[in-house]
Design a protein around this ligand. Structure first.
Ligand code: 0GY
Length: 300
């Protein structure tokens, strides 16, 4: 791989020459967690952002989708674009129906604005609890937003770290509809996939059948580095325990990474290690994301 230049604030750019994956993803596979950034000249970053990413426009994302063998993308609004979902909506509009979105909205969002996002292909709203990325939002505000998007059939995507699970769990119990947890709830991988911390997350998913999880982001969770051997057992445990409630995504362009930049081909090659059978791969990459993001194309 080669890492191109550094962004405005010293953040790494995405891998410009990923390896061609050895693993062939199934027909119709969905990359269910990725982002688009800028270009800043057209879609300026939010003034309140905590980092400034390198431009990662939709054309690059769609090229990567094809190169890795995926058919569709779920584009997730990241904090650097704040509550302005214009870059996301623009990407959805030019995707030929092959991308759906997860937006970020505030308490002041109007019903016509929600309807417009829905027409654009947004199917979920993201709540971020990471203190290094966002200022605190009262849980009551998140609850109200979750209620307001229910009539649209949207779900909620939540991003928190394992040490905050106890604080966030009561809110998750109150939220209506499906909830998707980003990046496996960000476990501390040094504590082990069989350890008590990850057990608390597994128990939460056992208790609450509405909770789904993305088995993504080894590049942020790893301590040992590529090829992420220390993260694989966590993803494998989730995929084999909850095969109908797991999603996978590249996390391209891997914003806010300061140490190493993953090769998206290497990330794709992890899939058969975390989902070792064809039926698990089909559920993870096709059936589950289609149920959530393109339900109208699924058999009843
Ligand atoms: C990710 C990860 C991160 C950033 C964001 O919204 C964001 O800014 O999601 C992160 O820094 O952990 O790709 O979800």
């Amino acid at each position: 791989m080669s890492v191109s230049d550094l962004g405005a604030a010293g953040y790494l750019s995405y891998c410009a020459t990923p390896k061609r994956p050895d693993f062939r993803v199934p027909e119709g596979a969905v990359d269910a967690h990725c982002h688009v950034f800028g270009p800043a000249t057209r879609f300026p970053f939010a003034p309140e952002r905590k980092y400034t990413p390198v431009d990662a426009p939709k054309e690059q994302l769609f090229r990567l989708r094809d190169y890795l063998g995926f058919s569709r993308n779920v584009i997730v609004q990241a904090t650097c674009h704040g509550r302005n979902n214009d870059a996301l909506v623009d990407a959805l509009a030019t995707s030929d129906g092959r991308a759906r979105g997860v937006a970020v909205v505030g308490a002041d969002v109007t019903d016509p604005e929600l309807d417009a996002l829905d027409r654009a292909g947004v199917r979920g709203v993201r709540f971020n609890f990471l203190k290094r990325l966002v200022d605190d939002t009262p849980h009551a505000v998140f609850e109200r937003i979750a209620q307001r998007v229910q009539p649209l059939g949207w779900h909620v995507v939540v991003y928190f770290e394992a040490q905050d699970l106890a604080t966030v769990a009561p809110l998750l119990g109150r939220l209506p509809g499906r909830i998707v947890v980003d990046h496996m709830g960000r476990p501390d991988v040094t504590k082990g996939a069989d350890g008590p911390e990850f057990a608390r997350f597994i128990e939460l998913m056992e208790r609450n059948q509405q909770i789904w999880v993305k088995v993504s982001c080894p590049e942020r969770l790893t301590v040992s580095g590529p090829p992420y051997d220390d993260v694989v057992p966590f993803a494998h445990r989730l995929v084999t325990t909850f095969p109908d409630r797991v999603l996978w995504g590249t996390d391209w362009p891997h914003p806010n990474m300061e140490t190493h930049m993953p090769d998206d081909g290497v990330l794709t090659d992890l899939i058969p290690r975390i989902a070792p059978t064809e039926s698990l791969q089909q559920a993870l990459l096709v059936t589950n994301p289609m149920r959530l993001y393109w339900p109208e194309e699924m058999q009843p």
